[in-house]
Design a protein around this ligand. Structure first.
Ligand code: PLP
Length: 384
């Protein structure tokens, strides 16, 4: 058996289906005008919604902390890697989102695996929105609970499924759907699951963007991460750096420290990174003006796209996908934009369901209104 030939055939099939993925080489800092593969583009694809990835105050905090503490944590949190900077960041995060406690994870992917596998196991039922992020899906599978993926945002379906059920349930959802930009009705979901189990809200795209001071989707809906409501937030998107956290009641966080394998069996984040994150959180909390500008850009894009008759999605967030359906068509459109100096990534299956390939356009507060106009002009040209 020729193993390599098997792999080659798999790659060829991907190419033929317009599904081959390629990494681009970025130079310099993340921002709306990155140099990619040696050429400068106007980009609409990062999740750096507030333009904090290269913020001077954050960079300075990182540098100072690296000089004070070095660059490596040296061990996992439960061995001897839990630093004062980690603790301070956890307290700041908990305070910010209105939770009793918060726990840092290295990535959102790991946080989702950790929280879901700690709250659900064999014999439990996990109900997951069909358009949830891949990391939540993987977390559900790893939990060994019975997994049912429900139709996107179908509350009636969910209520029926939960009604009269014995035993513990866990509802997991993206708060802002990562490839669609629409939002889960968190209040209604929390009410549906109350008394029956947990609600885990993955706010990777709401934290820093939505709610008062950017406190996130729960805060926007007047909810806090407490009781059955658990928040997962990421720190590599609007917060601009890297990492993630889970917030909820203290007893939940204590349980995660004991049980979450993606917390226990991994090296702690560099303390200097935690220091940079605390600086980023302080900037983010005061960034109402940037958030206002960001939503102005979103509105500008939607007005323009509507006038052009583009297939806008039901999204009020900085994630504005144009669903075109066919993967090869999405790829061709992205290439046409690229030839005009604009970078937008085509998102294809299996990241999104079959037949719903799209251009995933994202905006950042670092964009200018003229940038949005340039994107709209390019889309108009391509449409002709
Ligand atoms: C990006 C993302 C994650 C993963 O977060 P990382 O910190 O990048 O690992 C989890 N959930 C959603 C919805 C995301 O968009």
């Amino acid at each position: 058996m020729d193993l390599l030939a098997g792999l080659r055939a798999g790659l060829d099939a991907r190419r033929a289906g317009g599904l081959y993925r390629r990494r681009r080489l970025l130079e310099g800092a993340q921002g709306p005008r990155p140099v990619v593969d040696g050429r400068r583009y106007l980009a609409f694809c990062s999740n750096d919604y507030l333009g904090l990835a290269a913020h001077p105050a954050v960079v300075a905090a990182w540098r100072r902390a690296a000089e004070a503490y070095g660059v490596g944590a040296g061990a996992s949190h439960l061995v001897c890697g839990h630093h004062r900077e980690h603790q301070a960041l956890e307290e700041a995060l908990a305070d910010f989102v209105g939770a009793e406690a918060a726990l840092l994870f290295s990535t959102g992917y790991m946080a989702n695996l950790g929280v879901v596998t700690s709250l659900a196991g064999r014999g439990d039922l996990v109900l997951a929105d069909r358009l949830n992020h891949a990391s939540l899906n993987d977390a559900c599978l790893l939990s060994r609970a019975r997994l049912v993926r429900y139709p996107h945002l179908d509350l009636a379906w969910l209520r029926e499924r939960l009604a009269g059920r014995e035993g513990r349930a866990l509802v997991v959802t993206d708060a802002v759907f990562s490839m669609d930009g629409d939002r889960a009705p968190l209040g209604a979901l929390a009410a549906a699951v109350a008394g029956r189990g947990w609600l885990v809200a993955d706010d990777a795209h709401g934290f820093g963007v939505l709610g008062p001071q950017g406190r996130g989707s729960l805060a926007e809906g007047g909810l806090t991460p407490s009781g059955p409501v658990v928040l997962m937030g990421t720190l590599g998107k609007a917060c601009g750096v890297f990492g993630a956290f889970v917030a909820g009641d203290r007893v939940l966080v204590e349980t995660l420290v004991q049980q979450a394998r993606t917390y226990i069996y991994t090296t702690a984040l560099p303390p200097a990174l935690a220091a940079a994150l605390r600086a980023a959180l302080a900037v983010l909390a005061e960034a109402d003006e940037a958030r206002g500008h960001l939503f102005d850009l979103v509105a500008r894009f939607r007005r323009g796209a509507e006038a052009l008759g583009l297939p806008l999605a039901e999204s009020s967030t900085p994630i504005q996908p144009l669903v075109v359906g066919d993967s090869r068509r999405a790829l061709a459109l992205a290439r046409a934009l690229e030839s005009r100096g604009i970078l937008v990534v085509p998102i294809r299956p299996p990241t999104v369901p079959e037949g719903t390939a799209r251009l995933r356009i994202t905006f950042s507060a670092a964009h200018r209104p003229e940038d949005v106009d340039r994107l709209l002009e390019a889309l108009a040209e391509i449409g002709r």
